[in-house]
Design a protein around this ligand. Structure first.
Ligand code: 6LW
Length: 514
């Protein structure tokens, strides 16, 4: 008998050990795990496969899906919303459109639920393969943003935050029909914007994890628990369970930590993905909110993030295996395949794009990047490193304007382009910040063909035409603090008017020498 008691105690101790992630090997985790514009992460673990989705606002396609097997290296395998019929974006901008998504898996089916702010509200889509295809939208009744799903005993529950109150209802996962009246669960601990709710079950408790404080400096994660899914929920006396709005983290370059999703890895350890941004030069950031990872332990019945400590870009954590060290990206696009990382502002006018033999040809429709330019002819990818370089060889085939854009929102963007007017060709740099419009040019340049390069040095950009320095701009002009929105900088070739060809596009993340 004694032996059995001892064995049971040993098994329990082992389980607790796994829970606190003290097993495995010590590794250096590099954060963010998904850099650049990757806000509002949600994660699902299916065996040893992990999938993350992010919000995308007015971009098309919407909601990227990333896959990993080691939690450190994430590859984009598709986009959930890759057909206009799934993603109405009428008059959407960088503060509207697709807000925080949640990804879940139940009984062979993946679910992604989110809010299309400004175009019909909450909906979900389903797939058997997270790389796609995903279904047409199933529109949902319950209001509020940041919907999430929780499955148990053949039932499907939805939570969101109508009237700033986390509210739960049961829905039919096939039709989306509401099956029970909305039940108010929790309003958080008094922080503004209680949002981003998720429900989990652990050791017989239902845990309700939310964000409060807004997605800026005061962002935080708080948690409540109940023995019953409909409540009553009691708040953790140690809330918030995670924030960088603290004395301990006030010097950190990582700020705005919040909007998290817990998950259990295949080895039994617990983790959280969450968003944060990396600031510089005071309180500015322009790469957007990014996706971070931290370990979670269960302490006295409550989840604790990273042992209660702030997170860092390099952290020592325990994992069951040593992941590959992520390398800076260096890629030459020849446009033979337009990969899932390329996006458009709203839906593209497809006849304005063609790619053949390493050359991308774009036709302008006079839409630029200001408010009201709904469908600019532009192929955009995320700037994922503060220090990087990108460039292209552009040829204006007709009179018009074409080149590279660095786009944050309709209110904050830069274009570095060639303008062709008959025989006269100029290289031009344009900066838009709200009502301020600045243009500077050199010229004439000898031909309608030019090499355009942009060097990003974190706090500033340098522009080169045909290898010659052209000018410098301050990255703050594109920061979220100045340009607004919920997004992050995207970059790529565009054509506003006329027709232009682009011979490839290079993107290299290197520490540039100033
Ligand atoms: C998102 C909300 C949030 O839906 O910001 O940081 C909103 N969290 O949860 C827009 O991303």
């Amino acid at each position: 008998m004694k032996k059995i008691v001892f064995l049971l105690a040993a098994v329990a101790a082992l389980a607790a050990c796994r829970d606190t992630a003290t097993s495995g090997v010590e590794v250096t985790l590099q954060n963010p795990i998904i850099s650049g514009f990757s806000p509002d992460p949600s994660v699902v673990a299916v065996g040893g496969d992990y999938y993350i989705v992010n919000s995308t606002f007015h971009y098309f396609p919407g909601v990227p899906v990333y896959h990993s097997r080691d939690l450190q290296n994430w590859e984009q395998i598709g986009n959930v919303l890759d057909r206009p019929s799934q993603l109405p974006l009428v008059e959407s901008n960088a503060s509207l459109g697709i807000y925080a998504p949640t990804i879940r898996y139940n009984d062979g089916t993946f679910y992604m639920i989110t809010t299309n702010v400004g175009n019909r509200g909450n909906f979900m889509v389903t797939a058997t393969d997270p790389a796609g295809p995903w279904s047409e939208p199933i529109w949902l009744e319950q209001q509020g943003i940041d919907p999430s799903l929780y499955f148990e005993d053949g039932k499907c529950y939805m939570v969101s935050n109508p009237d700033a109150t986390i509210t739960l209802c049961e829905i039919d996962p096939v039709t989306g029909a509401t099956l029970s009246p909305g039940k108010a669960l929790w309003r958080g601990t008094g922080g503004r914007f209680p949002e981003g709710p998720h429900i989990y079950k652990h050791d017989g408790w239902y845990y309700l994890l939310i964000s409060e404080g807004g997605t800026e400096l005061a962002h935080k994660l708080t948690v409540a628990r109940s023995r019953h899914i409909y409540g009553p929920y009691e708040a953790n006396p140690d809330n918030p369970i995670f924030t960088h709005c603290s004395l301990a983290a006030q010097e950190s370059n990582i700020q705005g930590t919040g909007h998290g999703d817990l998950f259990q890895a295949a080895d039994g350890s617990w983790w959280i993905v969450f968003l944060a941004y990396r600031r510089y030069g005071g309180d500015f950031h322009h790469l957007g909110r990014e996706t971070f990872l931290a370990p979670v332990s269960w302490e006295k019945g409550w989840p604790m993030v990273n042992g209660g400590q702030p997170v860092a870009e390099k952290m020592t954590v325990r994992m069951s295996e040593v992941p590959k060290t992520p390398q800076p990206a260096s890629v030459h696009y020849d446009f033979s395949v337009i990969g899932p990382e390329w996006m458009h502002i709203q839906h593209p006018v497809t006849e304005n794009y063609s790619a053949k033999g390493g050359v991308l040809t774009l036709t302008g429709n006079s839409d630029g990047f200001d408010w009201g330019g709904w469908h600019p002819t532009a192929l955009l990818r995320r700037q994922k490193a503060a220090e990087c370089r990108f460039g292209t060889d552009v040829t204006l085939l007709e009179n018009g304007e074409a080149g590279l854009t660095i786009y944050q929102t309709h209110n904050g963007h830069m274009e570095f382009f060639v303008r062709r007017e008959g025989k006269r060709c100029q290289a031009v740099l344009r900066i838009r910040l709200h009502s301020i419009l600045h243009e500077q040019s050199v010229g004439p340049i000898p031909s309608p063909s030019a090499r355009l390069d942009v060097l990003a040095f974190g706090d500033h950009y340098e522009f080169l035409v045909n290898g010659q320095p052209f000018g410098t701009t301050d990255s703050k002009l594109l920061s979220t603090e100045m340009a607004g929105g919920f997004t992050g900088v995207t970059i790529g070739p565009y054509c506003r008017s006329g027709k232009a060809s682009f011979k490839g596009f290079d993107y290299e993340e290197t520490v540039c020498q100033n």
